[in-house]
Design a protein around this ligand. Structure first.
Ligand code: GLN
Length: 500
């Protein structure tokens, strides 16, 4: 067993006890990345020199007793839409191919304050728009469980890196499911916090009213510990919420006695793969055996979540992405005639097809004449969805649902039909529209050997309830989910091309 087979908390404990150093942990992560990247391509940037420097500084502070936290010395991969000072932050887009931010995102700074070590930046769908990591301008990432399948998206690189034991932890972002869905496809645990819990300062905005940064880990305990490290009130983010407490790890208890678990019938109907359905209902039974009370109910409005989400997220994206014009930073077209032509060519050449589709859709729904019919209507639907969840949480503590309608699709199967791809976000987008926290964790393998993930949703600020239910379920399922060892042993050819 190598060091990367340890969970983050186990690794942190050994470093604290003096059995290992932060440098040992970083070197083990770098060796694992070196061995697997040719096949996986989870990372866009790996920073061996910087990571070792951070490790040395952290190690000193651990030895002087200054750093006492459970994650001190643990290597962490960071999604490439979180700004890291002096380190490339591309959002997997050609338009930011050379962007080195002058500042660090607050979530990453918090992680570093806790002694976490940034080992590199992970691949993703371009500007977090997509569900497969295939819209990256810099080549695809493969699923460590089966290299012919996608890792999900948009935080596909972050989830593949953790699943493949390249590092124990990573950060992702979730606008409509981008932490929960790839966690489910890769057999790892990911949490989207209540909107406003983790600062968005330094997260390159996609849909500002929906975006949240969150932890990705091997198990619920690591996930809770990483959330505790990154969550904070931040005056630099006007939507940051001052919470009553920032303790999440005290919820790591094996106890669901009396916990009311809602099962939305409308999430288990047509379109859900039978194996996924059975695995999730099986998990519900395990929780019931431990004392939880299962309650079936109709959530309602489910068919409206996808259209509302894609209208709102594209509207916000079209506005947020207006800043990328090739003037101050990023890609600029080589040839142009005058200012207008420079903008046009830089943006035409810098953005990929999916991003352009969202900018066009967003500009359309915000244009006068259509604004009321689409954008305002979508905001009304958003409010109704929030009300539907409010009613549900009157009679249950936690909602149990699938994270995705199926396990990971094959590479190349999704992009041909974008509408179908959008529909596969059916179980995740509602939590973003309502601002709710959601935890995705693996519960079983399907008959193709691919992980099946389930999702626990809580009311706003009720992360502790979903962490408690998730932790209990994880124990009931036998502790840690296995690693995708066999596939990673296979030798593969070169699996990606750098396109810029
Ligand atoms: N698949 C969704 C989209 O493309 C969700 C993305 C995300 O959460 N960043 O918008």
């Amino acid at each position: 067993m190598g060091l990367m087979d340890l969970t983050a908390l186990e690794l942190g404990k050994k470093i604290k006890a003096g059995e290992l150093t932060a440098m040992d942990a970083v070197e083990a992560a770098l060796a694992s990345i070196e061995e697997k990247e040719e096949r996986l391509h989870s990372f866009l940037t790996v920073d061996p020199k910087g990571a070792l420097e951070q490790a040395k500084a952290v190690q000193k502070r651990i030895e002087t007793g200054e750093l006492k936290g459970p994650l001190a010395g643990v290597p962490v991969a960071v999604k490439d839409n979180l700004c890291t000072r002096g380190m490339l932050t591309t959002c997997a887009s050609r338009i930011l191919y050379n962007f080195k931010p002058p500042y660090t995102a607050e979530a990453v700074a918090n992680l570093q304050r806790a002694g976490g070590i940034v080992i590199g930046k992970t691949n993703m769908d371009e500007f977090a728009m997509g569900s497969t990591t295939e819209t990256s301008a810099f080549g695809i990432t493969r699923n460590p469980w089966n290299l012919e399948h996608v890792p999900g998206g948009s935080s596909g690189g972050s989830c593949a890196a953790v699943a493949a034991r390249e590092c124990p932890l990573s950060l992702g972002s979730d606008t409509g499911g981008s932490i929960r869905q790839p966690s489910s496809y890769c057999g790892v645990t990911g949490l989207k916090p209540t909107y406003g819990t983790v600062s968005r300062y330094g997260l390159v905005a996609y849909g500002s009213s929906l975006d949240q940064v969150g932890p990705i880990a091997r198990d619920v305990s690591d996930c809770a510990a990483l959330l505790e490290a990154i969550a904070s009130y931040d005056r630099k983010d006007s939507t940051s919420v001052q919470r009553a407490e920032y303790d999440f790890t005290s919820a790591l208890q094996e106890d669901v006695a009396g916990l009311r678990i809602g099962i939305p019938k409308d999430y288990f109907g047509e379109g859900l793969d039978a194996q996924v359905r059975n695995a999730i209902l099986g998990a519900a039974k395990l929780l019931e055996k431990r004392g939880a009370i299962l309650k079936e109910f109709d959530l309602g409005l489910v068919p409206y979540a996808i259209p509302a989400y894609y209208i709102i997220s594209s509207a916000e994206a079209s506005s947020n992405l207006a800043r990328f014009d090739g003037i101050k930073y990023g890609y600029r077209a080589g040839e142009y005639e005058g200012l207008h032509s420079m903008y046009k060519r830089s943006r035409s050449q810098g953005f990929g097809a999916e991003v352009k589709r969202r900018i066009m859709l967003g500009s359309f729904v915000l244009s006068s004449g259509y604004y009321e019919a689409y954008y305002i209507k979508a905001l009304k639907v958003k409010a109704l969805i929030k009300e539907a969840f409010d009613r549900a949480f009157d009679h249950c503590d936690v909602i149990l649902a699938p994270a995705a309608p199926s396990t990971a699709p094959k590479i190349g199967a999704s992009l041909k039909d974008p509408l179908k791809m959008y529909l596969s976000d059916i179980y995740t987008v509602a939590a973003n529209l309502a601002g709710l926290p959601g935890l995705s964790l693996p519960c079983k393998l399907d008959d193709k050997g691919l992980p099946i993930g389930l999702q626990l949703l809580g009311n706003c600020f009720q992360e502790k309830k979903i962490i408690r239910a998730g932790y209990t379920l994880e124990q009931a399922l036998g502790g840690h989910f296995p690693a995708p060892k066999e596939v990673l042993k296979e030798t593969g050819g070169k699996c990606h091309e750098q396109t810029v």
